[in-house]
Structures are given as C-alpha cells and as structure tokens.
Design a protein around this ligand. Structure first.
Ligand SMILES: [Zn+2]
Length: 216
C-alpha cells in the first residue's frame, strides 16, 4: 500500500479513460475553482459525524462512498449524510477487492449494498475498494448504469505509519482545480483525518475554492 502515489500518474489515467479521475477539464472551461472531497468506508459513528460537522462549517458538499454493511449498522448517521445534502456512492457491501473476487460475486455484492442506499443514489456512483477492479467488473457495472469514480489525489489517511503533517501535505501539495480527493471516514484514518481535514478546508477556502459533491 505504501507504493500508492499521493498524486495519480497521468499514464494510469490515460490507460483507463472510461473511469473518472478528476474534473479538471470540465472545471477549467468554466473557470471556477472547485474541488471534490470524497470519503470512503463509512458511515460510522464519530468519524462520519466529525466530517459532517466540519463540512457544514465550511458550507462544503462532498461525496460519501459507503460500505453497505456500515449503512445497515448505522442508519441514522447515513440519513444525516443525506439530509445534509451530500452525494452517496456505492463501495460494495463488504469492501471487496475486485482483483481477488469473481465478477458475478462482485456485482452481487455491489447490488446488495445498492439495496441499502437505494433511493438516495440517483447518479449511481461507484468506487472500487482499494481502487482495484477488473475490466469485466467495470464493464458490467457500466451496463448497469454506474459511473466508476477513481481519484486524482489520495491522502493516505488510513496509514498508521504516516504523520498527520504528511497526510495534510499529500492533499495540499497535489490538489489542483477539479481534483477528486480521497479521504476516509473510518476509525482507522481518524487520527490523520482529524488533523488534515480542517486544514484542507481552511487552506483551499482561503484560496477561493468551493467544495462540491459529484453529480452528473
Ligand atoms: Zn475503501
């Protein structure tokens, strides 16, 4: 996992042109300053609530790629994410790793998760856990109407071995107009998230950026 680059290489983006990596082109054409914060692996008590409170403070909207199993366990927090006006995406029911899972099982697990987030997910956003998805899985999800949302910048907030400051720098030094930024509303990431998120919001708000949810 340490080999995951904080900034997604352009070559990788070009190799998978059907996935969404950032919205830089669309944004630059409109000359607005926008970033897309995304939070994976929730909803859970404490971490998700912390994120929601901070986003409200900065009038920021974000996209939450939820694990179906966590939605099932924490329905009130999930409802709060929705009532606060954020976008919801599917992150499978049990956080499956695509490369190690056969396609039928992968799709089935995603649809199981869909049943829990159903009705709130008009745009059918999907993010593969670990960023690992087979072409056959992506193809099948596309035919079901999903858009595969990857990222441009990853905070690595879940890594216990990196400092809070490094986590913050991963975002601040690599994000540009239109970036899709990955963070985690999980307890594993909470130490780094608690430090980095308020500073990210502060830093880019001061530079005139808005934070928007992903919608098509
Ligand atoms: Zn995940």
């Amino acid at each position: 996992m340490t080999r995951i680059p904080a900034k997604m290489p352009g070559l990788v983006k070009k190799f998978y042109p059907n996935y969404y990596w950032d919205f830089s082109k669309a944004i630059n054409a409109n000359s607005e300053k926008t970033m897309y914060l995304t939070f994976d692996d929730g909803p859970v008590p404490e971490a998700t609530e912390f994120v929601l409170e901070l986003l409200n403070k900065y009038n920021a909207k974000a996209t939450f790629f939820c694990i179906g199993n966590n939605v099932e366990k924490n329905p009130q927090i999930f409802e709060k994410v929705i009532s606060n006006g954020h976008a919801i995406g599917n992150h499978t029911q049990h956080h499956l790793e695509g490369w190690k899972t056969n396609t039928d099982e992968y799709i089935e697990n995603t649809l199981l998760s869909e049943a829990h987030i159903n009705g709130h997910n008009h745009h059918k956003l999907f993010r593969p856990p670990y960023g690992r998805i087979k072409r056959s899985q992506a193809k099948k999800l596309s035919t079901l109407g999903y858009k595969i949302i990857m990222w441009d910048v990853v905070a690595k907030d879940w890594m216990a071995t990196i400092s809070e400051e490094t986590c913050l720098n991963n975002i601040v030094n690599n994000s540009v107009n239109g970036s899709i930024i990955v963070m985690h509303d999980s307890m594993k990431a909470f130490k780094n998230l608690k430090y980095a998120l308020p500073r990210v919001l502060d830093h880019f708000s001061n530079e005139g950026f808005q934070f928007k949810k992903i919608e098509f």
